[in-house]
Write a protein that binds this ligand. Structure first.
Ligand code: DOR
Ligand code: ZN
Length: 359
């Protein structure tokens, strides 16, 4: 059977996205808004989004930055700190401002300094979320410097996630940007009843850890959690293309100005938004599973979040284009390389100059 040349899907959503703020927000938002109906917006701004008022103000800035006529809807999250107030978070949930709480272990990744230093401190919050049915979105890596960088996700499952789910048997949780076969197995073991879900990024489906060292040090292939061995990438592709309801699309598109990446201490983050759906189409095509892309991209996420799927569609055509070398001072994933699929309604982003200010 020959692969289809065009592919129409119910409009997908991005269940894990970094939009930043200010000029960077205005530069990166159109790419996501052209593809996705909604996105779970990460709260790791400086300072982080920890209260209802901050989330409302941030949501307004995002909506104000949307291209005219866009129907894109940002879904806001609350950044959990040791001092998180369960009443404030419940208020944001009941008022429809917070879709979820994001949990960064302190110092695990970019802008996570205010994250949770000790999970026992937020037990009252987690108990409240359990009773509300409010999802907890987890960056699943231990920060213990004695643990090898490539083992941090697997060790997090043993040390933190398993005990957490045992202590809070009804807490609903998304294991964000899973990168290992162990995480895939863990999610499957806890997926019954829509209790645990997982986002999978396009870059973790496309690269393994060799990409960071291909002919030299490659900062634009560095993100957290870092890409792992090939066998883990294969486990992720198998999970994403399985059609299983627990696995859904979350790009973790995370733009950083080029100087912040190409540095003696470069930031973690890969900017995939300019081909945020097309890259997944490539993975699903290679796996012979294009017929399952809609479940992963457009149906499983809304089901987990107890929201209706989008009511419109998006069409991709198998026509290659070249990703620009730089977009608004950010080097995108696959810069200067070919992307196999094109959106029919939206032309690919052109190369644009760097921003004047970087928030
Ligand atoms: O690579 C990453 N970049 N991982 C994260 O968890 C955060 C993100 C960012 O905000 O840049
Ligand atoms: Zn992220």
């Amino acid at each position: 059977m020959t692969a289809p040349h065009t592919l129409t899907l119910r409009r997908p959503d991005d269940w894990h996205l970094h939009l930043r703020d200010g000029e960077m927000l205005r530069a990166v938002l159109p790419a996501s808004a052209a593809r996705f109906g909604r996105a779970i917006v990460m709260p790791n701004l400086r300072p982080p989004v920890t209260g209802v008022a901050e989330a409302l103000a941030y949501r307004e800035r995002i909506v104000a930055a949307l291209p005219s006529g866009s129907r894109f809807r940002p879904l806001m999250t609350c950044y959990a700190t040791d001092a998180a107030d369960p009443d404030e978070i419940e208020r944001g949930w009941s008022d429809g401002v917070f879709a979820a709480v994001k949990l960064y272990p302190a110092h695990a990744t970019t802008n996570s300094d205010h994250g949770v230093s000790d999970f026992s401190r937020i037990v009252p919050l987690l108990e409240r979320m359990q009773s509300l049915g409010m999802p907890l979105l987890v960056h699943g890596e231990v920060t213990d410097p004695a643990v090898d960088m490539f083992d941090r996700e697997a060790v997090f499952i043993e040390r933190v996630l398993s005990p957490l789910l045992a202590a809070l048997p009804r807490l609903r949780l998304v294991f964000e940007h899973v990168t290992t076969a162990q995480a895939v197995a863990f999610v499957r073991a806890h997926a019954a009843g829509g209790r645990v879900g997982a986002t999978i990024t396009a870059h973790h489906l496309l690269i393994n850890r060799n990409a960071m060292f291909a002919g030299g040090l490659r900062p634009h292939a560095y993100c957290l959690p870092v890409a792992k061995r090939e066998r883990h990438r294969k486990a992720l592709v198998e999970a994403a293309t399985s059609g299983e309801a627990a696995f859904f699309l979350g790009t973790d598109s995370a733009p950083h100005p080029v100087a912040a990446k190409e540095s003696a201490c470069g930031c973690a983050g890969i900017f995939t938004a300019p081909a945020g759906l097309e890259l997944y189409a490539e993975v699903f095509e290679q796996a012979g599973a294009l017929d399952r892309l809609e479940a992963f991209a457009s149906l499983n996420g809304p089901r987990f979040y107890r929201l209706p799927p989008n009511d419109d569609t998006i069409t991709l055509v198998r026509r290659p284009w070249t990703m620009p070398a730089e977009i608004a001072g950010v080097v995108p994933f696959r810069a200067g390389e070919e992307i196999a699929w094109t959106l029919t309604e939206t032309p690919p982003l052109a190369e644009t100059p760097p921003l004047a200010e970087t928030p």
